[in-house]
Design a protein around this ligand. Structure first.
Ligand code: 13P
Ligand code: SF4
Length: 328
């Protein structure tokens, strides 16, 4: 039981009189905590976060922070990456069930068999994977640096790329490689309807389609620009075009609209009756859960030390390569 003024609260009760923004700010100072949030989080969480970014930016912030507590408003693999980089800090995830369909599409015991059957291949894994997959990999990458990392390696280097087949085949195409791809995908980026987007383009003839490389090849082939979430955000601010059809999770429209208020942003329509492109995993986190996890210091990410050390090696390589190649 926790006492808050006159009201006795259970662990998950919130005094309805509280202003959660003020309370979260107070708790942050009290606990020397930092809130890192991905662009796919709900707007309130993005607005209270100390840093909002893509997977690379979030890993770089997690590596550099001197806070004692990291609240990671994102999904499990992201918070786990922060813990791998910061074993001495408390890493909290507002909803411990916030997983990732892409990460789940690559179970470590099956991936190990795949890797073992190709001993002459270097293993590059997209950061959207579990610590078990990272521990089986040589280098981690994100959508911001995947192309640069692959191009940094000699042309004749044999490579396994996991778990996202869409990002992998996009890199194969633009970098002229023939990497072996694991057959994984993100449930959010595979639902967009190319025919509905094409119809939208007929209606808004000046609109540009921008897409995340986790989307399928059929969509990427009609995109005017392809990039990580941060790259998409920067593109909208800099490009003179006024209307954009955005093929990625809808949470990023919040930051896009803040950074380019004069632009018209249309969420790319999915191939189903649902009008939103929300990631059900990302959206498990709420402002209430964020407040509770900071107050209760739970749920916390805890890891086996041997696994942490093995998973850290390829993440450190990515961060070092990103510094060397000047990718932020
Ligand atoms: P980035 O933000 O790194 O582009 O990744 C998108 C994503 O799918 C995160 O889950
Ligand atoms: Fe995973 Fe896709 Fe959700 Fe990102 S958007 S967390 S890749 S399911």
């Amino acid at each position: 039981m926790i006492k808050s003024g006159e009201i006795i609260l259970n662990e998950n009760d919130i005094n309805p009189a509280l202003d959660l923004f003020t309370e979260i700010e107070k708790l942050k100072k009290e606990k020397n905590a930092i809130i890192l949030a991905h662009y796919y989080q709900e707007p309130d969480i993005q607005d209270i976060a100390d840093y909002v970014g893509d997977s690379l930016g979030l890993s770089q912030k997690a590596e550099a922070t001197d806070a004692d507590v990291i609240v990671f408003a994102g999904v499990h693999f992201m918070a786990e990456t922060a813990k791998i980089l910061n074993p001495g800090k408390k890493v909290l995830l507002p909803d411990i069930n916030a997983g990732c369909s892409l990460s789940d599409s690559c179970p470590p015991h099956l991936f190990k068999r795949f890797v073992d059957s190709h001993p002459d291949h270097l293993v590059i894994s997209y950061i959207n994977c579990s610590a078990g997959i990272k521990a089986l990999s040589n280098i981690i990458c994100t959508s911001s640096n995947a192309r640069a990392i692959v191009e940094y390696l000699p042309n004749d280097q044999k490579i396994i790329f996991a778990p996202d087949k869409n990002l992998g085949s996009y890199i194969n195409k633009v970098a002229g490689r023939n990497m072996l791809l694991w057959n994984g995908a993100c449930m959010v980026h595979e639902i967009f309807s190319v025919s509905k987007i094409t119809k939208l383009k007929e209606r808004y003839q000046d609109a540009k389609v921008i897409a995340h490389p986790e989307c399928e090849e059929s969509l990427l082939s009609i995109a005017d620009f392809i990039g990580s979430t941060t790259q998409l955000l920067c593109y909208i601010s800099k490009d003179p075009c006024k209307i954009f059809i955005v093929a990625t999770e809808s949470g990023i429209l919040h930051k896009m609209q803040q950074s380019a208020p004069d632009k018209i942003l249309i969420s790319a329509p999915p191939d189903n009756a649902c009008a939103c492109n929300d990631c059900p995993h990302m959206k498990l986190n709420t402002l209430e859960k964020l407040y509770l996890c900071l107050r209760n210091e739970s749920p916390e990410i805890l890891m086996d030390e041997q696994l942490r050390l093995a998973a850290k090696v390829p993440i450190d390589r990515m961060l070092a390569l990103s510094r060397e190649l000047n990718i932020v």
